[in-house]
Design a binder for this molecule. Structure first.
Ligand code: SAM
Length: 211
């Protein structure tokens, strides 16, 4: 079973489906996302209408990417035929963004395995900052998934959403409209982790000429 029971959690799948229905409503790609070691997210994106050739999977760990390739190459039932994973090699988000033409990414799901809190090198904030400063995405829809962290309950969620919104607003610099957010508990993880997800519509506003 390995990692399957963690990534195949029904509550997580429900969140994936909500997220992808919003992403597709905005634009059918190009889509940038962190698929992780299993193909559930790729299958979800396909089901919602994102074509494989408009997917830009990003994964920094060679081991995780190898596990994903292995799983994509295997068929496991009628609804899940073998897949040819779009071209990608193990690299961080910051590195992948450097090769992307300006403004070409129109849909994003960054499923971080961290909270928004840590400020050290390679924190979620750094990742979002590097992504926006690369210019890969200007307009479209963006979803972020995070650990809700120690601050649980409604107040904790409001606080995390405010932090996340502030980071996105500062880094993107244009119009940022929250669309929907939700939480789920991964009951299959040891820590019974509380996850928070939030989807935004982004629009790069043109600067008016000042006379
Ligand atoms: C939570 S898992 C993804 C699970 C997947 N989205 C799903 O629904 O099944 C997050 C993955 O993103 C990768 N990751 C996190 N931050 C990254 C970054 N800055 N650059 C590249 N990969 C990253 C991690 O190595 C991990 O495999």
């Amino acid at each position: 079973m390995g990692l399957d029971h963690l990534y195949d959690c029904p509550d997580k799948q429900e969140a994936r489906d909500r997220i992808y229905s919003h992403l597709m409503a905005e634009a059918p790609g190009p889509l940038m996302f962190f698929p992780g070691p299993r193909r559930w997210e790729i299958d979800t994106a396909l089901r919602h209408g994102f074509p494989l050739d408009k997917m830009i999977p990003v994964e920094k760990s060679r081991g995780i990417l190898a596990a994903l390739r292995k799983m994509c190459a295997r068929s496991y039932g009628a609804g899940h035929p073998r897949l040819a994973l779009p071209p990608c090699h193990a690299a961080t988000l910051a590195i992948v963004c450097r090769g992307i033409p300006r403004g070409s990414v129109r849909a994003v799901n960054f499923d971080f395995c961290t909270s928004i809190e840590p400020l050290g090198e390679d924190s979620t904030r750094d990742d979002l900052e590097r992504f926006f400063f690369s210019g890969a995405m200007e307009s479209g829809s963006l979803s972020v998934e995070l650990y809700q962290g120690r601050c649980k309950g409604f107040a904790g969620m409001e606080q995390r959403l405010a932090q996340l919104f502030a980071v996105i607003k500062r880094c993107h610099g244009g119009l940022v409209v929250p669309i929907e957010h939700g939480t789920y508990q991964n009951s299959r993880s040891h820590a019974s982790t509380s996850m928070l997800w939030s989807v935004y519509r982004l629009e790069k506003t043109k600067r008016r000429d000042v006379k």
